[in-house]
Design a binder for this molecule. Structure first.
Ligand code: ATP
Ligand code: MG
Length: 395
């Protein structure tokens, strides 16, 4: 069946009281932005619903796949829209809908009518009963089950008539752009793209920072992070990726600090730089892919010491997830295959044989003090030479 329209269901936005329209408007804008390359569509709000009217041909699978990546959407309903709402044509339309929407007509069903047009001369119950009867006559192998139907044929009588029964799940969450902006520390690994996805899912716009350390990390490693940012951008919209040259800072740490503290000290500098960039770019938080106990720098003790340098909230949405749970999300959102490509990470290049797992803040601060006099200039240089790359969704 060729659907000329989609009805968009959104759940949590409905709880936003008098701010609701702000969320709806941003959702409409995000829908428009995402599907405009797929055809000519009109996105409109009507009494607590968002409708997308197709005004040109389009590829059904492409449109559904695009809508499934827009946070705030919980359900996508391909809908049949007809202009006339007199009851006789309605009978025809419902039969024609069921005929086209299903290959096999052997399910249990009920009709669920909603009248937004209260001047309509029949009650919803009457319409349900009449249309249910018509369907049983037209498709003898259907049967009615009002308690646990396999299919619910929704009929909405508005200025036009809407019929739908298929609800394709959306990603949920809140529309990106409704809740500030975050700076995600994006490495080439599995966890950080998942973390950026999870925070964006709550409506937060995303920028990202990648610490690149040539020649220890290759151009290929950088390209991989750019690709990952592009994949996350399928959900968040274009991501501004700030590439920081971290080599000199890393070398200074390597040359001056105990090697078993290297990763902790490096992470503290990453957070400091990420915060500078966050503040410069109107972000209210940073986001990392850390998860308790995953590696030595992610013990609770290490996280405390790393966290100590932060002045903005650091959101770590993977913090309580097992690796497999993070992998499952990475697979679902499509970043996994890219994340597991071989690459060198600046943290792994310099990793010590026996890194500390219970660092003491005072000890780390003492080690960092050895960098005084050189590190300030290196930080300055790193911040001045940031390369910002626009990573767009490729869909
Ligand atoms: P990931 O899978 O995200 O790489 P990981 O398990 O490898 O995480 P670490 O290497 O300890 O863990 O990094 C912890 C977090 O620090 C990452 O999730 C990421 O947010 C940040 N991070 C690490 N390396 C970099 C980097 N080179 N550039 C930007 N952020 C980084
Ligand atoms: Mg990593």
């Amino acid at each position: 069946m060729e659907y000329k329209a989609f009805m968009i269901k959104y759940a949590e936005i409905g709880t936003k009281g008098k701010n609701r329209y702000l969320f709806e408007d941003i959702l409409c804008k995000n829908i428009n932005r995402k599907i405009k390359k797929l055809g000519d569509f009109r996105v409109r709000k009507e009494q607590g619903r968002i409708f997308i009217d197709a005004q040109s041909d389009y590829d059904y699978e492409d449109v559904i796949s695009a809508l499934q990546k827009i946070f705030g959407i919980v359900g996508i309903c391909p809908v049949m829209v007809t202009e006339t709402t007199d009851f006789e044509s309605m009978r025809h339309d419902v039969i024609s809908y069921v005929k086209q929407a299903y290959d096999r007509h052997t399910f249990t069903f009920k009709v669920d009518t909603r009248r937004n047009d209260k001047t309509f001369p029949m009650t919803s119950m009457e319409v349900n009963a009449e249309l249910g009867h018509d369907l049983l006559v037209a498709f003898p192998e259907l049967s009615v089950d009002v308690h646990q139907p396999q299919e619910i044929i929704h009929v909405e009588i508005r200025r036009q008539l809407y019929i739908y029964s298929i609800i394709i799940p959306g990603p949920g969450g809140l529309p990106v752009g409704t809740n500030g902006k975050g700076m995600a520390l994006l490495s080439g690994g599995i966890d950080s793209p998942v973390a950026a996805y999870m925070i964006a899912k709550r409506g937060v716009e995303m920028e990202a920072v990648y610490f690149h350390a040539p020649p220890f990390t290759s151009e290929r490693a950088k390209k991989k992070v750019i690709d990952l940012a592009g994949l996350v951008a399928d959900y968040t919209g274009t991501i501004r990726l700030h590439v920081v040259n971290f080599s000199d800072i890393q070398m200074a740490i390597y040359d001056n600090c105990p090697h078993e503290e290297l990763t902790i000290i490096m992470k503290r500098f990453m957070i400091r730089i990420a915060e500078e960039l966050a503040k410069k770019n109107d972000c209210q938080c940073t986001v990392t892919g850390e998860s308790i106990g995953q590696v030595s720098s992610q013990t609770v003790f290490s996280l405390c010491v790393i966290n100590d340098v932060s002045t903005l909230p650091v959101f770590r949405p993977c913090i309580g997830l097992d690796k497999q749970e993070i992998v499952d999300i990475a697979e679902k959102i499509g970043t996994y295959e890219t994340s597991i490509l071989p690459y060198e990470d600046c943290c792994t290049t310099f990793v010590a044989k026996h890194p500390v797992t219970r660092p003491a803040l005072s000890a780390i601060e003492k080690s960092e003090a050895k960098l005084q006099g050189t590190i300030e200039e290196l930080l300055q240089k790193a911040l001045e030479s940031v390369e910002t790359i626009l990573c767009r969704s490729r869909e």
